[in-house]
Design a protein around this ligand. Structure first.
Ligand code: SF4
Length: 362
């Protein structure tokens, strides 16, 4: 692993994985950042931004909220919280440079991450439960959101990385448009659990440049038991398809000369201990839908949280090296060439940033 690397993702081509294991590749000193996508590099760093028409995604959406697949119809505008735990006032727990995403997102400069509070998914193993389920965060309005984006840009962020933002889609969309009008020129990233409505993805397509989306489960029963969302597999694939459509509509994938992603999709999958069959099935589905149109990031950083440590099943432990390698090799066998993986030993709670209001105006 290169000593000056800020994070723990590796990128390789098929030959890097296949017969040789990841560990062997590391032991042999292989360059962990081998690019197979040089042909996608642009001649110049430029983004295409379209102020095209989209579905109504204004503040009235909070009146009877159906912004996510829960469609729980909470009267968020009246202060009622939905399944996501949120009213119509956005809560942000942190806005700061973040170095732990995949290299095309974090690079050396860091990604400008804005961590939103609340989440429509209720994963039992959530690493960010402080913000996803406990409501930690400061209230902000559209102007403040736009200012945070501009501040992150002035700090040198490669992009604006909106972490779990779409239950606040009306505010987020408005804030991006406002920030753009005031000089925001770096790409925007929608960093999502994948549990999104295709219509909302479509409505955000002209303000989001990069989709960094999870595909967590292929098995509805597993999705039901771990995230209370039996429909997750079908919903996430539909959302991913919408992301592909939007990406194509806005020009397709684009990388800067230095490898930073300007437009694109990264599909993330967190391997869960004891569930590698489902991980392989997830990869099958993503391959069928996208092939090598997307980057795929397979993560081994699962860490049992307080709740999972008390469970009497596999979720109380980390993913083993063998489990991880089986999943990586399956990705290789399928033919993914735009693949990111993590070094061994990345299981650490230090991957969770401090949700202390850093960078959020009071
Ligand atoms: S975004 Fe929240 S309030 Fe709206 S439908 Fe989803 S869970 Fe319910």
């Amino acid at each position: 692993m290169a000593g000056d690397c800020h994070n723990d993702f590796c990128f390789g081509d098929v030959a890097q994985l296949g017969e040789r294991s990841v560990r062997n590749a590391e032991a042999e000193g292989s360059n962990p950042f081998i690019s197979t996508i040089a042909s996608l590099n642009p001649n110049r760093r430029v983004r295409v931004f379209c102020f095209g028409a989209c579905m109504n995604l204004d503040l009235s959406a909070y009146a009877v909220c159906e912004l996510c697949p829960r469609r729980c119809r909470a009267s968020r505008a009246l202060g009622v919280t939905g399944v996501c735990g949120c009213t119509s006032t956005p809560l942000v727990a942190r806005a700061a440079l973040h170095y732990w995403e995949e290299p095309p997102i974090s690079g050396e400069a860091g990604s400008g991450a804005i961590f939103f509070s609340g989440c429509p998914l209720r994963c039992v193993f959530c690493q960010n439960h402080e913000i996803s389920q406990k409501g930690v965060g400061k209230p902000v309005d559209t102007n403040q959101l736009a200012r945070m984006m501009l501040n992150l840009q002035s700090q040198g962020a490669l992009n604006i990385n909106l972490v779990t933002p779409l239950h606040y889609a009306p505010h987020v969309r408005e804030a991006i448009l406002l920030a753009r009008s005031q000089g925001l020129a770096i790409p925007t990233v929608c960093n999502t659990s994948g549990y999104e409505l295709a219509d909302v993805v479509d409505a955000m397509g002209n303000v989001i440049d990069i989709w960094l989306t999870d595909v967590k489960y292929a098995d509805p029963n597993l999705a039901a038991s771990l995230s209370h969302a039996r429909d997750y597999p079908q919903v996430a694939l539909k959302a991913l398809d919408a992301m592909r459509r939007q990406l194509k509509k806005h020009g397709g994938p684009l990388l800067a000369d230095d490898g930073a992603m300007l437009r694109g999709i990264i599909v993330r999958h967190l391997v869960l201990p004891g569930h590698i069959d489902d991980s392989c099935a997830v990869l099958d589905r993503v391959w069928e839908l996208c092939g090598n149109e997307v980057d795929v990031s397979i993560m081994n950083q699962y860490t049992p949280n307080e709740f999972c440590r008390t469970r009497a099943d596999d979720l109380s432990r980390a993913v083993t090296d063998d489990e991880y390698e089986i999943v990586l090799c399956h990705a290789d066998d399928l033919g993914f060439t735009r693949l990111w993986w993590q070094q061994g030993g990345t299981v650490s709670e230090s991957f969770v940033p401090a949700f202390d209001g850093t960078g959020v105006p009071s």
